[in-house]
Design a protein around this ligand. Structure first.
Ligand code: SF4
Length: 319
């Protein structure tokens, strides 16, 4: 059996706008994720990264393309098989405040999925919730409390316990640390890394900047206006970024290693991304790219493997 838990092929998710136009939030994305791997996905707001995450786990139905989970095309599964895939694929949401029902006790929030899938008897339920709370660094007595009694970081831990309760194998972490204080972010990332080892989890870790995904990701994909611009090992993205957009994103990441200081030239991003309602005809990044040519404005670049496992969509690397 392949060691890839997830393969997506040319996945598209279009929404219809009130004007009648089609918004191409995700526009032809392909990649795979190996078991136990963390793929970081970054991009500015509106790049389509969260829409892609939600499409992968089935919260949105793709407009086109195929999603294979554990070797099987999800669209061809029976309802019973789909339900099992839905259990194995979980999401941790960005805003732990909005994603937890304020009127439910923590025990019921965490046990909701277990109840739905029949994973615990009435007798086992409380003990399983207590174990999950301890696993995410909270106290078993917290089960009786309500979400408003917790800090942002603690609420995110509850969100993580809720996802773990149904024994998933794949988790989309949709900006799980963006809403948290910087001092808390590293703690949550460390927790996710520990849980990955203990529970043999695979992650798609979505964030809006490269600094947030640097330490947890094995590989990183960079999205812009619904498309992937670059995909490579995390180390390669930081040491040899090829795409002008990745280079611009990196120039805003603080350099911490003394040997690297001064090495990164500042490439300022001009203006805002274009509206997804009116994307550029050629390369999506052409309106902001300092290297853009007439070809870039006219023709979309192809998605190419420039060196082994290093994929880029840019005319500069057309061979
Ligand atoms: Fe810039 Fe052209 Fe490459 Fe797009 S294809 S990133 S506009 S150089």
């Amino acid at each position: 059996m392949s060691d890839e838990i997830l393969i997506i092929k040319d996945v598209r998710k279009y929404f219809s706008h009130s004007s009648g136009a089609s918004v191409k939030s995700v526009d032809g994305i392909s990649f795979s994720i190996k078991k136990g791997e963390t793929l970081g996905l970054v991009g500015e707001s509106g790049s389509g990264k969260s829409t892609l995450g939600r499409t992968i786990v089935g919260l949105y139905e793709q407009t086109e393309g195929e999603i294979f989970f554990e070797g099987r095309n999800v669209s061809t599964l029976s309802n019973k098989e789909k339900r099992e895939v839905n259990r194995k694929m979980q999401v941790i949401f960005q805003d732990p405040h909005a994603s937890l029902n304020p009127r439910m006790r923590v025990e019921d929030i965490i046990a909701e999925g277990m109840d739905a899938y029949g994973l615990a008897s009435r007798k086992e339920r409380s003990e399983k919730v207590a174990e999950l709370l301890e696993k995410v660094g909270l106290h078993r007595d917290h089960a009786r409390r309500f979400p408003h009694e917790f800090s942002g970081g603690q609420r995110q831990r509850i969100g993580i316990a809720r996802a773990l309760a149904v024994k998933p194998s794949f988790i989309v972490a949709d900006e799980p640390i963006s809403a948290l204080d910087v001092s808390i972010q590293a703690q949550v990332v460390n927790l996710l890394e520990d849980l990955q080892k203990e529970e043999e989890l695979t992650y798609l870790f979505i964030a809006h900047d490269l600094a947030m995904v640097k330490h947890i990701s094995d590989r990183i994909g960079v999205m812009y206006l619904g498309k992937l611009m670059e995909l490579a090992e995390s180390e390669t993205i930081f040491s040899k970024p090829l795409h002008p957009y990745t280079q611009a994103l990196l120039s805003s990441v603080p350099v911490t290693h003394p040997n690297q200081k001064g090495k990164r030239e500042k490439t300022m991003l001009k203006g805002d991304p274009p509206s997804p309602l009116h994307p550029p005809k050629g390369c999506p990044f052409s309106t902001r790219c300092p290297m853009a040519t007439t070809e870039c404005e006219e023709t979309p670049p192809k998605w190419k493997e420039v060196t082994k496992d290093h994929w880029v969509a840019c005319h500069l690397y057309a061979i």
